[in-house]
Ligand binder design. Sequence first.
Ligand code: PLP
Length: 363
Amino acid sequence: MNHSWVEINLERMKQNVRALRSSIPSETSVILVVKADAYGHGLVPVAQAAAEETINWFAVAFLDEALKIRAALPDVNILVLGLVLPEHVDELIEKRIFPIITCLEHGLVMAGAARAKGRILPVHLKVDTGMGRLGVQWNEVAETVKALNEAGGLEFAGVCSHFARVDPDQPDYASAQAQKFNEALKYLPAKVFKHLSSSRAALYFPDWDMDGVRQGIVLYGYGANDPKGRFQTRPVLQWKARVVQVKKVPADFSVGYYGTYRTEYPTRLATLAVGYADGYNRALSNKGDVLIGGRRCAVVGRVSMNWITADIGPDATVKVGDEAVLIGEQGEESIWADELSKICRTIPYEILTSINASLERKY
Ligand SMILES: Cc1ncc(COP(=O)(O)O)c(C=O)c1O
């Protein structure tokens, strides 16, 4: 009663996987990006459901996430997209987890650690083609690969890059990145596993499918509702809370901290057990809506730490204990994370990953 909770529709996620797969070549692997607790959906349950749908590639940001997947799924491929240090080389080899190599120096210390154990560490080389974040500069790949081959200890199992801008109406920047990536590929063995496209690229640019597409947001149901895209997906996550009080109030009634809302007419207010401590963005104060009793109701007053208040209208029959929807569907109505992200001037990714991980996820 005192906590909001999250409902994850794993069947819908599987449908999203099927929609994606039906539009890419069968030989292109789907690499499911499950970093940040699977974009707030829950790392292991999501990975397990995806594996049931025969997904056998997963990408995470950090080694600890990779280890959680390995404990649940002994046979899948796991790639760590962030920096992994040489002291973890044993664990990487033992658990068959691919790190990326971010630069020559990183490659040399990883190679050194592998050689010291008398082992070969399979890695993916990260190439920076224009993101400017992690990776070997695309025009330094030749010398980097040469130096690392000479050092010994690493095997280039894969190579990847990440798009900084993907806009179907202005493809020039992404095209230039793809060209740089192709240039860098000349210096790697032909059989290496090549992956470049994140969600938007896979949605609009078939030419860059390669051996794998790293897909996050579209499989969680956002960003793929454009009929011009190659596939369509639907949101997987709903976020709900209980009504903990209903109040009948007169006109000109002050609501919340600093009275930023005053009722215009006599109405009823419902207080919900969710607030910014749960990840409900404070920018939704006096701007967002929630669904209660199958209707949209305005969030009135400031979002506080653990509670929000909604105007449910003078005739509402809503009771304490009723379910309210913060993200999701109720009756004919729906509110999705992209609606909230526009109000908060952010992106659905941030709305989803801000939902407090301690809230119960029901699958
Ligand atoms: C390196 C890398 N690849 C792929 C993705 C997946 O992006 P998207 O969710 O847009 O598919 C991310 C996400 O941040 C990323 O950092």
